[in-house]
Ligand binder design. Structure first.
Ligand code: SAM
Length: 201
């Protein structure tokens, strides 16, 4: 594993993009503005865990922590071993689950099972085939209570997944030009009631 990769987080992100372009899906990490926008969607009851899927080099991780989520209640899933190591070193109090979100049932430690209040997904979901999007949605939905939405970051305006086809309702709940490229946050749920509330902490 190439842990000795030095330099800035941005440099590391770019090198991991070059190594796995479609898996990383973006040349640059999310900007501060976009990270704050995503973090503003996070809500959890006391004791519940937040799961961030695709932590990268941690810009959103930092924003979620800054928004008030305790580090010991944040779990970040990251498939790239170099980025996972970077996250562990930068945020030692956060649990970094190294592996694919599709294996989260095996990765998730006991205290979080059945106790997840919020999931944010930062994978390049538009690049996934429909079958993988379906498995991703099923995985995420299975982690959450029925009345909770989950959130997906996307570069663009349209829904990054075909919500109706996947048995979801969805709406765009955030947009910023202060990211390259401009980006949106979409909220999805099986139950339309779950989308009635705006983003809260
Ligand atoms: C678009 S980047 C987002 C990075 C970071 N969250 C940000 O906003 O700057 C997507 C991240 O998802 C990770 N990833 C891709 N497929 C994954 C999977 N199946 N399971 C977990 N992480 C994955 C990539 O390695 C990459 O770090």
């Amino acid at each position: 594993m190439e842990i000795s990769e030095g330099g800035t987080a941005k440099g590391l992100f770019f090198r991991r993009f070059l190594a796995h372009p479609t898996r990383v899906g973006s040349l640059f990490p999310s900007s501060r503005a976009l990270s704050d926008l995503i973090a503003a969607h996070v809500r959890r009851a006391d004791g519940e865990y937040v799961i961030e899927i695709g932590g990268g080099t941690g810009t959103v991780t930092q924003a979620i922590l800054s928004s008030g989520v305790p580090a010991d209640k944040l779990m970040v899933v990251e498939i790239d071993s170099v980025m996972a190591e970077f996250l562990r070193k930068t945020y030692p109090a956060v649990t970094v689950l190294e592996g694919s979100v599709f294996d989260i049932k095996e990765l998730l430690p006991q205290p979080a099972i059945g106790n997840v209040g919020c999931v944010v997904c930062e994978l390049p979901v538009t690049l996934l085939p429909l079958e993988a999007q379906k498995r991703l949605v099923e995985t995420i939905v299975s982690l959450l209570p029925r009345n909770r939405p989950f959130f997906v970051l996307t570069h663009g305006l349209g829904s990054p997944i075909p919500a109706k086809k996947l048995g979801l309702v969805g709406k765009r709940t955030g947009f910023t030009l202060r990211n390259f490229p401009p980006a949106s946050v979409w909220s999805y749920a099986r139950d339309p009631e779950a989308l009635k509330e705006g983003p809260t902490r």
